[in-house]
Design a protein around this ligand. Structure first.
Ligand SMILES: [Zn+2]
Length: 186
């Protein structure tokens, strides 16, 4: 049974309330988890996967959306692989994201009006698309797929590092795999 399958088995038991001491039977592997910054998500993730803090490097970003393959999120993922010996990367979105209905224009207008931030108007006038930059909403499962592709295709991510995409029910903690990396692990 591979590592993902073992954690999914643990997750099944967690959902049915039969975890007992199953965490001790999970194989030890270090992974990077890229997930949303929704409140309490990472705490539920620990319980629902049975993974320990020392084997999970959790990176939280709004909407699980990597905006740029050269940004600080990708740098953290690459350093986690190279310096912390992470062997797999799991991109985990969740249902019912509070940012799905966010309106970037409304947020920007509120900032401009409430704080009299004329600098923002100058940035907008100079052609910088702040709405697009701020926009983390939309279909979070689609964000997961795009982020998985960005990581898999990044030239500095070793090809034998597995990159999976999952969605988690944020009430029950149930995990569903939406993109399974089928290649041989390193
Ligand atoms: Zn979210």
């Amino acid at each position: 049974m591979d590592f993902l399958a073992a954690v999914l088995k643990f997750n099944e038991n967690f959902i049915s309330g039969t975890t007992s001491d199953a965490t001790s039977s999970l194989p030890y592997k270090k992974i990077v988890v890229l997930t949303c910054l929704e409140a309490n998500l990472s705490a539920l993730l620990s319980k629902a996967t049975g993974l320990k803090n020392d084997q999970m490097h959790i990176i939280e970003i709004a909407g699980v959306k990597i905006s740029n393959p050269n940004d600080s999120v990708m740098r953290s993922i690459i350093l986690s692989i190279c310096k912390q010996n992470a062997e797999e990367i799991w991109v985990i979105g969740h249902d019912g994201c509070s940012m799905e209905n966010m309106d970037p224009s409304e947020i920007l207008n509120n900032i401009i009006q409430e704080r009299k931030q004329n600098t923002l108007l100058t940035l907008k006038d100079s052609g910088i698309d702040l709405e697009e930059w701020l926009n983390a909403c939309g279909d979070e499962a689609e964000n997961v797929r795009k982020s998985v592709e960005t990581i898999r295709n990044h030239p500095l991510v070793p090809k034998n590092v597995l990159v999976h995409g999952l969605m988690m029910d944020q009430t029950s903690g149930k995990l569903n795999v939406i993109m399974r990396d089928e290649k041989e692990p390193r």
